[in-house]
Design a protein around this ligand. Structure first.
Ligand SMILES: *[C@@H]1O[C@H](CO)[C@@H](O)[C@H](O)[C@H]1NC(C)=O
Ligand SMILES: *[C@@H]1O[C@H](CO)[C@@H](O)[C@H](O)[C@H]1NC(C)=O
Ligand SMILES: *[C@@H]1O[C@H](CO)[C@@H](O)[C@H](O)[C@H]1NC(C)=O
Ligand SMILES: *[C@@H]1O[C@H](CO)[C@@H](O)[C@H](O)[C@H]1NC(C)=O
Ligand SMILES: *[C@@H]1O[C@H](CO)[C@@H](O)[C@H](O)[C@H]1NC(C)=O
Ligand SMILES: *[C@@H]1O[C@H](CO)[C@@H](O)[C@H](O)[C@H]1NC(C)=O
Ligand SMILES: *[C@@H]1O[C@H](CO)[C@@H](O)[C@H](O)[C@H]1NC(C)=O
Ligand SMILES: *[C@@H]1O[C@H](CO)[C@@H](O)[C@H](O)[C@H]1NC(C)=O
Length: 371
């Protein structure tokens, strides 16, 4: 009797310990204390689970239906270094959301629908954050303005990697990266960026790798080339852009020829338009293919050509004239003879009258008659 009571107590204690242990892992999640990892994958979660164990270093809450996140969600998670919230429906990130995650080094927000990003959304206490993944994360292109503000306001000067690929970005606000002075890797692949302007890459003095592949760049103008030159130690990736080989590409082609060491995929850069130059390497499009070098010479050439043409036309007209003369030679001969005869008649008429006028006898006759 006493023994069974003791057994019940032991059992109760055991149950208590077990249930306490179980309660340490939120429902819908898998927790591994050995691996310091908590995973809540594809469980239709609408909010960040509460009571996530304090030991957690790697926290994956992915493939759920989380819509917004704020600072209350991550209290007491001092040890989390890797946080992934990818593949959710997050549309709003409030100020200081990640502020209490004092060990956070890597934040993955890829594949979300961020439309509202508060200015201090990415503020962190300890400047530990190294990697920020915002690939396929923005709701639409307009979100870039919010993001630009928050990248300026948040304390991210030690961020080393930023992934902004696949966001449909058309342009980058000037100075968007100016506070990310420690950035080393910037992914801008698979957007619709049409041009690079003065100030686009301001502040990225330590950039080592810039990926601009799969964008909408037709060329890089002088302004853009200067901007790329400012990235002194960066390796550039520029392939898969619709490079258009007209006169506008000349300075870029020349720059490319001198920057092979900097551009990693130089050999894969080809003209996409016009069709006649498709697949031609940008390194081999020179003056000849583009036909736009030194417009002054071009004008002179055109002028010379027109002179030659004029000469040819005049010569032809002259030849035609002579030919017509030749064909009409009989008529002309006849006309000349007619003219000569006419002349002769006239001449003879004069001659006759002169002879009469100058005959002294005849003049005497007339004077004597007057007398
Ligand atoms: C965080 O990790 C440290 C060891 O790195 C440990 O001493 C501490 O207890 C952990 N914090 C929590 C809440 O488990
Ligand atoms: C945590 O993030 C770092 C990058 O900061 C990465 O190298 C590491 O593999 C990540 N660990 C896990 C478990 O995902
Ligand atoms: C960012 O996330 C995407 C999708 O989850 C992944 O393909 C990509 O490799 C990540 N970027 C970095 C720099 O790890
Ligand atoms: C982006 O989405 C917002 C909210 O729906 C909308 O007001 C805005 O016009 C959209 N911008 C673009 C460029 O589609
Ligand atoms: C490129 O971005 C679009 C969205 O803008 C996305 O649907 C597509 O999967 C991305 N492609 C790659 C290869 O990442
Ligand atoms: C770029 O902008 C800076 C100031 O923002 C200015 O000093 C510089 O002259 C500009 N460069 C060009 C090429 O426009
Ligand atoms: C490329 O540069 C080399 C010298 O580095 C020069 O000889 C060559 O003409 C240049 N080619 C073009 C197409 O500019
Ligand atoms: C250029 O290359 C693509 C893919 O290799 C090919 O489909 C296309 O026909 C090529 N165009 C020309 C004009 O050679």
């Amino acid at each position: 009797m006493f023994a069974t009571a003791q057994g019940a107590v032991v059992l109760g204690l055991l149950c208590g310990v077990l249930s306490a242990g179980a309660s340490l892992c939120p429902s819908g999640c898998e927790c591994s204390e050995a691996a310091l990892t908590v995973k809540c994958v594809s469980k239709d979660l609408r909010d960040i689970p509460t009571r996530i164990p304090g030991y957690t270093r790697n926290l994956f809450i992915i493939g759920n239906h989380i819509r917004e996140i704020g600072p209350e969600a991550f209290q007491g998670l001092d040890n989390v270094t890797n946080l992934s919230l990818s593949n959710n429906r997050i549309s709003e990130v409030k100020s200081n959301t990640f502020f209490s995650l004092r060990s956070l080094r890597s934040l993955d927000l890829s594949n979300n629908q961020l439309a509202v990003i508060h200015p201090e959304a990415f503020s962190v206490q300890s400047r530990m954050l190294r990697e920020l993944n915002l690939s396929l994360a923005l709701y639409n292109h307009s979100s870039i303005m919010d993001l630009a503000t928050s990248l300026r306001w948040s304390t991210l000067s030690d961020l080393q990697g930023l992934d902004l690929s696949s966001n449909g970005l058309v342009y980058l606000p000037p100075g968007i990266f100016c506070h990310l002075t420690g950035l080393r890797r910037l992914q801008l692949a698979n957007n619709s960026i049409v041009s690079i302007h003065n100030g686009t890459f301001t502040g990225l003095d330590h950039l080592q790798d810039l990926d601009l592949t799969h964008n909408a760049l037709r060329t890089f103008r002088e302004e853009a080339l200067k901007e790329l030159d400012l990235l002194r130690s960066a390796r550039l990736h520029l392939a898969e852009n619709p490079f258009t080989c007209t006169c506008d590409i000349e300075s870029f082609a020349a720059w490319l020829n001198n920057s092979r060491a900097k551009v990693m995929d130089t050999d894969h850069l080809t003209c996409v338009f016009p069709i006649t130059l498709q697949n031609t390497s940008l390194l081999s499009v020179g003056e000849v293919e583009l036909g736009c070098h030194k417009t002054g010479d071009g004008d002179n050439l055109a002028l010379q050509t027109s002179y030659v043409f004029l000469g040819l036309v005049l010569g032809f007209v002259g030849l035609m004239f002579l030919f017509v003369l030749y064909l009409n030679r009989k008529g002309i001969k006849k006309r000349i003879y007619d003219m000569r005869d006419a002349c002769r008649e006239v001449w003879e008429g004069y001659h006759y009258r002169y002879e009469i006028d100058s005959d002294p006898r005849l003049s005497q006759v007339s004077t004597s008659a007057d007398v």
